[in-house]
Design a protein around this ligand. Structure first.
Ligand SMILES: NC(=O)c1ccc[n+]([C@@H]2O[C@H](COP(=O)([O-])OP(=O)(O)OC[C@H]3O[C@@H](n4cnc5c(N)ncnc54)[C@H](O)[C@@H]3O)[C@@H](O)[C@H]2O)c1
Ligand SMILES: [Zn+2]
Length: 354
């Protein structure tokens, strides 16, 4: 059990449900709404219903990144209005990063802001998405194009929820764990790379605690991403573009899977900028490759992916900005790489693991 303190809220990991219940009671909301998708409704809502014993209205949206958009958000606002939500209501976001990002965004705009609690139910949202106060939705096929910085009242993490999560989703979440280690802690990197390779940990508590601690320390220092917080975007300039590209196709590529590709490519950019050496590049990319098998033919879509990168929120004056590794456990931001270098990193990704 642990409590991690953020600037304006606490992140509770495997704390008793009574703590959640009393936190809700202290907020004294006029009405409680619980946002779910079909999977969190099936696997997680019954537990919350049984243990919390409180009156609430469930708002259900379809599962998946495809639905993290304005239309779904509008449906959430309609449900709030038709159920007489007022400014003192509370929205509990029970689900993965999609539910947390979209529910947090819906709450932050509704009546100029109502309170929300994050109850993350995927590994990805427990180690990363639920903390840090970034909320938002995708727009015009661009990831997180519309959003806000808005803090929850509380993040309540229960690792038991992970027992029903498909293995592919566990791996996707592990990509963010790899990112945390690479950008901030060589010791954490050694720990995760020496752990059994099958990710079948039945106790995720330590991993979640260390990852949340890393993310929280960074976001506390720079809540609005003026500087150091940008290092959390390692792997994401390319990763988000790939994720956006696949969103428009009928193939499914998860957030963590896209970020894994992004991390290999951006490790190669770090190498091209002489920030890491050949041995470090190999160490990083081989470990990621072990967990995430290579997807061929990305370069065929390079122009589209490159176009998407041009819309990245970190860009400055039309130049594509990257957060790159200075070593294992160290990362710096505001590196600008040209098209040729990015192309080389794609070629490395596709050709180096035969
Ligand atoms: N705000 C941030 O700082 C931040 C950080 C990282 C990622 N993100 C965002 O998070 C999103 C990805 O999050 P995600 O990977 O959790 O995706 P997700 O919310 O789509 O969840 C993945 C899948 O797991 C299902 N699911 C959820 N909980 C379950 C459970 N306990 N058992 C079985 N199935 C369950 C969901 O219905 C969904 O099908 C992306 O949109 C990404 O941009 C945000
Ligand atoms: Zn991410």
């Amino acid at each position: 059990m642990s409590v991690i303190k953020s600037n304006h809220y606490n992140i509770l990991i495997n704390e008793d449900i009574a703590v959640l219940k009393s936190s809700i009671e202290q907020l004294n909301p006029t009405k409680v709404f619980i946002l779910v998708d079909e999977n969190s409704k099936k696997h997680c809502l019954p537990y919350i219903e049984e243990k919390l014993k409180l009156n609430f209205t469930a708002i259900q949206v379809p599962a998946g990144e495809k639905y993290k958009n304005l239309q779904t958000c509008s449906g959430i606002w309609q449900a709030l209005v038709s159920n007489q939500a007022d400014r003192n209501c509370l929205l509990i976001n029970l689900g993965g990063g999609v539910i947390g990002d979209m529910g947090g965004f819906a709450a932050s705009c509704f009546m100029r802001g109502v309170r929300f609690i994050q109850l993350p139910t995927t590994l990805l949202s427990q180690v990363d998405a639920s903390a840090g106060g970034k909320v938002g939705i995708d727009f015009l096929d661009y990831k997180n194009m519309i959003g806000a910085f808005s803090n929850p009242e509380l993040v309540w993490i229960n690792t038991d929820f992970l027992s029903t999560l498909p293995f592919r989703e566990i791996k996707s979440g592990f990509a963010e764990v790899i990112k945390h280690a690479l950008i901030k802690s060589e010791e954490y990197w050694k720990k995760i790379t020496s752990a059994p390779g099958n990710l079948s940990l039945d106790n995720w508590h330590d991993i979640i605690q260390q990852s949340v601690h890393i993310k929280n320390e960074i976001t506390r220092q720079d809540p609005y991403e003026k500087g150091i917080r940008k290092i959390l975007n390692f792997g994401h300039t390319i990763g988000h573009a790939i994720e956006s590209f696949y969103l428009k196709t009928d193939k499914r590529l998860l957030h963590g899977e896209s970020v894994a590709i992004g991390m290999i490519c951006e490790a190669h950019l770090s190498y091209q900028c002489s920030l890491i050496n050949d041995a470090q590049l190999k160490e990083v990319s081989l470990f990621i490759h072990k967990i995430f098998p290579i997807r061929k033919n990305l370069v065929n879509n390079f122009d589209d992916i490159y176009e998407l990168m041009k819309k990245d929120k970190k860009n400055f004056d039309q130049k594509i900005s990257f957060s790159l590794l200075n070593g294992i456990g160290d990362c710096s931001f505001n590196h600008f790489c040209n098209r040729d270098a990015i192309m080389k990193s794609f070629a490395y990704y596709e050709n180096s693991f035969n």
